[in-house]
Design a protein around this ligand. Structure first.
Ligand code: 5GP
Ligand code: ZN
Length: 114
């Protein structure tokens, strides 16, 4: 997808601090972390947001979800805990229109979600 920041991170056109990569999934450290550990996990195929998730791309989304606990474990968060967030649309504050899941951890996170 042209002009998509995260598609450019997947191809390496824009550098990132990679945490995990396979054929379908890419994960990297957030450039502006909100917690001691803040990683973004994305499908390699361009999906704009949760609004676009459907039967045609559920395998790509599933692969992302299956990878999240593995990455959390590698990051040492499995025991202490972590939060997984995806923002969809303006009210949620989605700034990059490529589906991504934030993994946040490494401290006691605020209990307020909204
Ligand atoms: P959103 O607000 O859309 O849910 O999350 C987008 C996230 O992408 C933000 O947490 C922001 O810090 C991160 N981000 C934006 N641009 C870049 C970048 O160029 N590199 C990395 N690693 N993260 C980015
Ligand atoms: Zn994209």
């Amino acid at each position: 997808m042209e002009n998509c920041l995260f598609c450019k991170i997947i191809t390496g056109e824009i550098p990132s601090k990679k945490v995990y990569e396979d054929e379908h999934v890419y994960a990297f450290h957030d450039i502006n972390p909100n917690a001691p550990v803040h990683v973004l996990v994305i499908p390699k195929t361009h999906i704009a947001s949760m609004n676009e998730v459907g039967a045609d791309n559920i395998e790509a989304v599933s692969r992302v979800l299956l990878t999240i606990p593995k990455i959390a474990c590698e990051l040492g968060l499995a025991e202490s805990g972590y939060r997984v967030i995806t923002n969809c649309g303006d009210d949620a504050g989605q700034t990059v229109k490529h589906l991504h899941f934030h993994i946040l951890g490494g401290k006691q996170l605020p209990l307020t979600l909204a």
